[in-house]
Design a protein around this ligand. Structure first.
Ligand code: ISJ
Length: 262
C-alpha cells in the first residue's frame, strides 16, 4: 500500500508545542474527551477476566493477556516513535526497542531529573483494583482481546493525563521561581502541594467532566433524541477525576518539582 502523498505545502511544517498555564489547562480539557470516550468504549464489555489473569502467550512470552498485549503494543509503538514524545510514558519501559521513526525535535520544556518520572506501576494497580470495579460489570463475553485493548486505550489516556502534571509543574515553576525554589530546597512537599493546588480549577474540571460524560454518554437516534446517560458514565467519570486523576496529577507535580533543581 503506497504511503499517503500529501501535496499541501504546509504538510511538513513543524507545529511547535507551546506551554503556558492556559495552554496546558486547555490540553487537559481536550484530554477529558479522550478519557471519557475510552471509558464508554471499555464499559461496552464485561470484565472478561480471562484477559487479566489467566496465562497466555507463546514461546517468547508467557503471562497474562493484558501484560502481553500491553508489552507487545508498547514495543511496536516505541519503534514508531511514541515515546520520544516527552508527554508519553510507557507502562513497561524496561527493554523497550528504540524508535525507528524519523527523529523529531520535541520541545525540551521539562527540566531536571523530574522529567523521567513515571508512576505507571501505581496507575496500573489503581486501574485494575479500584477503577475497573467502579464501572465494569462482571461476566465474560469472549471478547478478551477487544476488552484488553480497550483497557490499554484507557490506561494510556489516563497515564498521559496524570503525567501531564510534569508540564503543569514546569509552567508554574517558571512563572514563580522565587516561590517554588525555597519550597523545593526545603523539600517541603506539603508546601509545594498547597502552592500548586487550585480548588476552584479542580471544581471546574470535575463539573465539566460530569457534563461532558452526560452528553457523550447519550444515545442519539434518527427517530428520537434519548436524553440522559445511557452508559451511566457521568458519575464514574467525575469520581474518576475527583478521587484518582486529579490527586495523582498533583502527586506528579510535587514529585517533579522536588527534582526540578537536581
Ligand atoms: C493541573 C493543575 O494543577 C492542579 C491539578 C488540577 C487537575 O489535576 O485538574 C487542577 C488544578 C490544580 O489543583 C492546574 O493548576 O491547572
Amino acid at each position: 500500500m503506497d504511503p499517503i502523498k500529501f501535496r499541501c505545502k504546509e504538510c511538513h511544517k513543524r507545529v511547535e508545542a507551546q506551554y503556558t498555564l492556559d495552554s496546558v489547562r486547555a490540553s487537559l480539557a481536550r484530554q477529558e474527551d479522550t478519557i471519557i470516550f475510552a471509558l464508554i468504549e471499555r464499559a461496552k464489555f464485561p470484565l472478561n477476566n480471562f484477559g487479566h489473569n489467566r496465562l497466555f502467550g507463546s514461546d517468547e512470552y508467557i503471562g497474562s493477556m493484558i501484560n502481553g498485549l500491553v508489552l507487545k503494543t508498547e514495543a511496536v509503538q516505541s519503534k514508531a516513535g511514541r515515546y520520544i514524545n516527552p508527554e508519553e510514558n510507557p507502562f513497561f519501559p524496561e527493554n523497550l526497542p528504540p524508535s525507528a521513526a524519523p527523529d523529531y525535535p520535541f520541545s525540551e520544556f521539562l527540566q531536571g531529573a523530574g522529567a523521567s518520572i513515571n508512576i505507571n506501576k501505581e496507575i496500573w494497580e489503581v486501574y485494575f483494583h479500584e477503577l475497573i470495579p467502579m464501572f465494569i460489570k462482571c461476566g465474560d463475553d469472549g471478547n478478551h482481546a477487544q476488552s484488553v485493548l480497550a483497557d490499554l486505550t484507557l490506561l494510556q489516556a489516563i497515564s498521559r493525563r496524570i503525567h501531564y502534571g510534569k508540564f503543569v509543574a514546569e509552567v508554574k515553576f517558571r512563572e514563580s521561581p522565587k516561590i517554588y525554589e525555597p519550597l523545593i530546597r526545603a523539600k517541603d512537599s506539603e508546601g509545594l502541594m498547597d502552592e500548586l493546588s487550585s480548588e476552584s480549577v479542580e471544581e471546574r474540571v470535575v463539573k465539566r467532566v460530569e457534563r461532558k460524560a452526560t452528553v457523550f454518554g447519550q444515545e442519539v437516534s434518527l427517530e428520537y433524541d434519548v436524553s440522559g446517560d445511557t452508559y451511566m458514565i457521568n458519575s464514574v467519570a467525575s469520581k474518576l477525576y475527583k478521587k484518582y486523576l486529579i490527586p495523582l496529577t498533583k502527586k506528579v507535580q510535587v514529585e517533579y518539582l522536588l527534582k526540578r533543581l537536581d
